[in-house]
Design a protein around this ligand. Structure first.
Ligand SMILES: CC(C)(COP(=O)(O)OP(=O)(O)OC[C@H]1O[C@@H](n2cnc3c(N)ncnc32)[C@H](O)[C@@H]1OP(=O)(O)O)[C@@H](O)C(=O)NCCC(=O)NCCS
Length: 163
């Protein structure tokens, strides 16, 4: 998959194009996350949220026509720290290195912009996501019981971009 992936930012698109991508993201989001964890991917994300970045990845070699959405990510920049709210790879494209490529891209981009850390919370039960973050160099810093809901532990992970 490496090399065939194009990662872009919805904020560099026209309104119409951005709404098309956001619509695709919203469908994947709904399929992937339970209702209470699914983010809303409405027009406001494109319109006026300068600190919030929505990235999406398309693949030129995917079997279907056009360049379909294969992954997306959302982060919010707060001075030297970026909070990574979401990383998702469309199910059919998982285990091909796309998640890693997306995280590497985000890290490079934030480092260039002078950001020092990427921080995130992950559900302890989401093994693939925890493995992906650990592989990308994130370290576990805090464990909070019942973070997401009763019985669902949250783990805070941090990537030091200066390392
Ligand atoms: C987590 C997720 C983004 C991983 O994306 P991906 O493109 O499949 O990940 P990659 O192929 O880049 O894998 C990178 C590393 O992560 C780990 N990993 C990924 N999926 C894994 C799995 N199912 N089981 C164990 N380890 C896994 C591996 O270490 C892997 O490296 P390797 O293939 O060299 O062993 C994807 O599974 C996903 O979208 N899950 C649902 C959404 C989610 O949980 N998002 C995170 C919370 S917002």
């Amino acid at each position: 998959m490496s090399g065939d992936l194009t990662i872009s930012d919805i904020h560099s698109l026209s309104r119409g194009e951005a709404l098309g991508i956001l619509g695709q993201i919203a469908r994947v989001e709904k399929k992937t996350f339970p209702g209470n964890e699914a983010m809303a991917f409405g027009e406001e994300l494109w319109r006026k949220k300068p600190n919030t970045r929505v990235l999406y990845a398309t693949s030129s070699t995917a079997a279907s026509a056009g360049a379909p959405l294969v992954a997306y990510a959302v982060y919010v920049r707060q001075k030297g720290v970026a909070l990574l709210h979401k990383v998702c790879v469309v199910e059919a494209y998982r285990r091909q290195g796309i998640g890693r490529e997306l995280i590497a891209y985000i890290g490079q981009r934030l480092r260039k912009e002078g950001c020092q850390y990427i921080q995130l919370w992950v559900d302890q039960a989401r093994e693939p996501a925890r493995a992906l973050y650990a592989r990308a160099g994130f370290e576990e810093r805090e464990v909070v019981d019942d973070y997401y809901a009763p019985g669902r532990t949250g783990i805070k992970m941090v990537l030091d971009l200066d390392k």
